[in-house]
Design a protein around this ligand. Structure first.
Ligand code: ADP
Ligand code: MG
Length: 598
């Protein structure tokens, strides 16, 4: 366990980078402040000694005020140095947290786009942020306190020898008992119980979040008590674990711990009573009383120090869990970027025996798929939902890398191309195109940041967005998502098309949207698509078969495999899946038209 903590710490300090030195300076200052903080007690000892020596002629004790001032100065200096120490450790801790965030984000930036797109990445980003913040307590406070406490114990050992080792030992013994009882709560099989207890707490808070998120569903479906079940169980489990841990494990050691922390004199007083007669007999009673006074006062700082160790231990644990979360981020997959990029020769796209299985899935989403799209051709991917069309398209911009086989753009494996070159060559319009909460102008311009206003305007016009701009208060400069300016799904799709048109890339990959089938939008989207695909290499995932009739080739995918390919007319003649889909599609269209006619 100790080994592990040490490595946690060195990992954390690794993130501190240049600020590592500052951490050490802070720790050193903390030790110095602790020693300074002990000096006033020595001054008090000197005062008591002087007083006892001259008793009862108190006025003869001439050094008292000097010692008083010294005590004051040492106390103030101790506090000042402690401030300086915390300043150093805080600076270093904040920098470390920021470095952790940077390193994590840098790593996530290298993750495949598909990963960034999934919930997993959002979750990881959140957790990274939280975890980075949690390391702060350890680095800024706990470490300094640990070092300070160690310094204090060393100081105590020295003082023990300087004054009266027996009474010093009595003070120390109380501290040792308290520390030992503290660690029995955390070590061995109790550690497992504590983990279970913390785990139960985690589960409960997750169940709570889940429950709040689920409220709309619960309401819509008129569910009642049963919807509480998971949450209730989590609470009950937590209560059980909490009881097990607090009652079964902590009760005795915690009582012992608190008793000895708060009462460091429990050994001191009986010991003093035992020693007093001998001191009296030997004539050194004055010195004995002085020493006792010293340790009695001094024992007060022991409890403060022990409380700090307690916090430090929990800080260590916090940092440990935080680090494991940080490692989770650092272990997220990354996209390998080639050092020797090859330049695509033309605007063709080819799948060569491509297979791809999602993480954790049992069957491949794409299974040994091969086809080629010549420059300037339009190829349509069609097929039942879940057939693998979107997945196939995602492999082109390396949302994911293939599990087997290769995807070639311009004759070059996408893994061997410079990602920037690849991105310049290919424009993508996916179903879940995200529009940012900024102006339409900026939203379109992301595809080509150096485009002028006029160029953006032209792209929007070509994408049939004029009507959208007209109805928005500030036209192209309207910020989306504010003051009730939301775009419908079909409108969003057209803005996304404007983005792709502005990009003016020679290859276009389109995942056509199904949801926006109102006739008006559909007609405009068709028109925008016409502009976008003209003269380009196009891979289009089509849901409305009317859009694919004119394609150079239609590839029918089902269960991750290419099962048919050809032109519209050859596929109809083949009387396979495509022909059945076509009949189905026409029935649906006729049904819709007849509905609209009513
Ligand atoms: P299509 O676009 O033809 O409807 P998809 O490519 O979206 O099909 O899906 C193909 C298969 O891969 C489906 O079985 C789907 O459940 C699975 N799939 C799609 N996206 C993911 C993902 N992000 N993680 C895991 N499985 C996925
Ligand atoms: Mg799809």
């Amino acid at each position: 366990m100790k080994e592990k903590k040490k490595s946690d710490l060195s990992v954390l300090l690794g993130y501190a980078g240049n600020y590592k030195g500052l951490t050490f300076l802070g720790l050193l200052l903390s030790a110095v402040s602790m020693v300074l903080g002990m000096l006033p007690y020595i001054c008090i000892w000197l005062v008591v000694r002087d007083l006892i020596q001259v008793a009862p002629n108190w006025t003869e004790a001439s050094g008292i005020s000097r010692y008083g001032w010294m005590a004051f100065i040492f106390a103030v200096a101790g506090i000042a140095v402690y401030f300086a120490a915390l300043m150093c450790t805080h600076l270093a801790a904040f920098r470390t947290a920021s470095n952790i965030r940077k390193a994590g984000m840098k790593h996530l930036m290298k993750a495949p786009l598909g990963f960034s797109d999934s919930n997993a990445s959002g979750l990881l980003r959140n957790r990274l942020d939280g975890a980075a913040a949690e390391t702060e307590t350890l680095l800024a406070h706990n470490l300094a306190d640990i070092v300070g406490t160690v310094a204090m114990f060393l100081g105590m050992l020295v003082l023990m020898i300087v004054f009266d080792w027996r009474m010093g030992l009595a003070c120390l013994l109380a501290a040792v008992v308290s520390i030992v009882s503290m660690f029995t709560m955390m070590g061995g099989k109790n550690a497992k119980l504590m983990q279970e207890y913390q785990g139960a707490q985690d589960v409960m808070s997750k169940a709570g979040t889940e429950y709040v998120r689920g409220i709309p569903v619960v309401k819509v479906f008129q569910q009642t008590v049963y919807s509480f079940k998971a949450f209730k169980e989590a609470i009950e489990n937590y209560s059980k674990k909490a009881e097990q841990y607090t009652d079964g494990v902590c009760r005795t050691p915690q009582s012992v711990n608190l008793t000895f922390t708060e009462g460091a004199f429990v050994f001191l007083v009986p010991l003093a009573l035992l020693l007093a007669p001998a001191a009296l007999a030997s004539g050194s009673f004055a010195g004995f009383v002085t020493n006792f006074a010293f340790y009695a006062i001094f024992s007060a700082i022991i409890s403060t120090a022990l409380a700090k160790i307690m916090f430090a231990a929990s800080g260590m644990m916090l940092a440990h869990t935080a680090l494991s979360r940080i490692n989770e981020v650092m272990n997220a997959p990354t996209l390998k970027i080639t050092d020797h990029p090859k330049v695509p020769k033309d605007n063709s796209v080819e799948f060569k025996n491509v297979s791809f299985t999602y993480d954790g899935a049992e069957v491949p989403a794409i299974d040994n798929v091969s086809f080629k799209v010549e420059p300037g051709q339009t190829v349509a991917l069609v097929g039942p939902s879940g057939g693998g069309k979107t997945t196939a398209a995602s492999l082109i911009p390396r949302f994911w890398d293939t599990s087997a086989g290769s995807v070639l753009v311009g004759g070059v494996d996408v893994r061997d191309a410079d990602p920037h070159v690849l991105m310049d060559q290919v424009a993508f319009v996916f179903q879940n195109n995200r529009l940012f909460k900024t102006s339409i102008l900026e939203n379109v311009r992301v595809s080509r940041p150096d485009a002028t206003r006029e160029e953006v305007q032209a792209a929007l016009s070509q994408a049939q967005c004029d009507d959208i701009l007209q109805k928005l208060p500030d036209g192209m400069d309207t910020v989306l998502g504010t003051k009730g300016t939301y775009l419908s799904g079909g409108e969003q799709q057209r803005v996304a098309l404007a983005r792709a048109i502005l990009k003016d890339a020679p290859i276009v990959v389109l995942d056509e949207a199904t949801a926006f089938a109102d006739p008006e939008n559909e007609a405009m989207i068709q028109k925008a698509l016409g502009t976008l695909t003209k003269g380009r290499t196009v891979i289009m995932i089509a849901h409305r078969l009317s859009t694919v009739v004119g394609a150079d080739r239609i590839i029918v995918m089902d269960n991750g495999k290419v099962i048919e390919q050809g032109t519209h007319s050859t596929l109809l003649q083949a009387k396979g899946l495509y022909e059945r889909m076509w009949q189905e599609y026409n029935r649906a269209v006729r049904w819709r038209i007849s509905k609209e006619a009513q």
